[in-house]
Design a protein around this ligand. Structure first.
Ligand SMILES: [Zn+2]
Length: 304
């Protein structure tokens, strides 16, 4: 009799370990990397999940290294969502070490049709990872998050589905708004010069020529030649404003402004754009939708 009891306990223990959710308060524990993905997962999961985002506002994902605290969050998570395409360059190794059948971190960018991605020599993935700047891609992220949450927590499937539908309709409203704001800027003025090449997908989707001073990753610094070449380009194209990014030090763009000035011209700093991280939590720019809206208005107002 006792033997069976021990067997029963062992099975129960194994089962409870396999049951990958709902330990403390009956909610899935989810870990996310960038603030864009944290906001998205919060929108789809609502009160039915716990979300811990590793990267706050102003944090550069290209350079981000996991702390010990992060590793324990990752180990205890039911699901891990990240961008992928080597955006989180230094986290990939941690993910690879943790890889197990029950908890494979989910790279949302894997959802996107590869043939539509913008190529890049800077990243091990060979693609530009800044895909969230095309709202259509972000909608695909939303679809995937809803599917994964529903698989892990089928009881709340209807909630996740309803949240997804309403969030996607907000994204569609955002898309329409963005297009109509951009319409007010003459086509020849749609040239976006920023600190690093985060806005190529934005440019492709919404009709801007995009030039980043630093390559695609902030891990490589811009050289003096790049600055001089870009200064000449700004003067030739009569570009009114260039932009700082919240997650990249200002000095690169200030050096460019100084180079334009040394050639006898002026270019304004048109404002700070949110590129690889959202604004402070609790503010409008602390959401994906608010960030996008703010960026587009800042760009269009400064370039007009
Ligand atoms: Zn970036």
């Amino acid at each position: 009799m006792k033997k069976y009891f021990v067997l029963f306990c062992l099975c129960a223990l194994l089962l409870s370990n396999c049951k990958d959710k709902k330990e403390e308060n009956g909610k899935l524990n989810i870990v996310t990397t960038t603030s864009m993905i944290t906001d998205l997962v919060n929108n789809i999961g609502g009160d039915s999940i716990n979300v811990q985002g590793l990267m706050g506002s102003g944090v550069d994902p290209h350079l981000y290294k996991a702390s010990e605290g992060d590793v324990s969050k990752l180990v205890n998570a039911d699901i891990i969502f990240y961008n992928g395409l080597h955006l989180e360059g230094k986290l990939v190794e941690v993910f690879e070490k943790m890889g197990s059948a029950t908890k494979t971190p989910i790279a949302l960018a894997d959802e996107i049709d590869e043939t539509t991605l913008i190529g890049s020599d800077y990243f091990a993935s060979s693609y530009d990872p800044h895909v969230w700047f095309d709202i259509d891609y972000f909608k695909q992220f939303a679809e995937k998050v809803a599917i994964v949450l529903s698989e892990k927590d089928p009881e709340n499937k209807a909630v996740f589905e309803a949240n997804k539908v309403s969030y996607i309709s907000e994204l569609e409203m955002l898309q329409n708004k963005v297009k109509s704001v951009i319409e007010t800027l003459p086509k020849e003025k749609r040239i976006l010069v920023t600190a690093h090449d985060a806005f190529n997908y934005f440019g492709k989707a919404y009709g801007f020529e995009v030039v980043g001073l630093q390559g695609l990753s902030t891990a490589t610094e811009a050289g003096v030649q790049d600055v001089q070449k870009l200064a000449t380009f700004i003067i030739e194209k009569q570009i009114k404003a260039i932009f700082v990014e919240s997650s990249v030090p200002k000095r690169t763009i200030e050096a460019l402004q100084a180079a334009v000035k040394s050639k006898g011209h002026d270019v304004e700093i048109g404002g700070t754009l949110y590129s690889d991280a959202l604004g402070n939590a609790g503010t409008f720019e602390g959401t994906y939708i608010g960030m996008f809206d703010y960026n587009v208005n800042t760009i269009v107002n400064a370039l007009k």
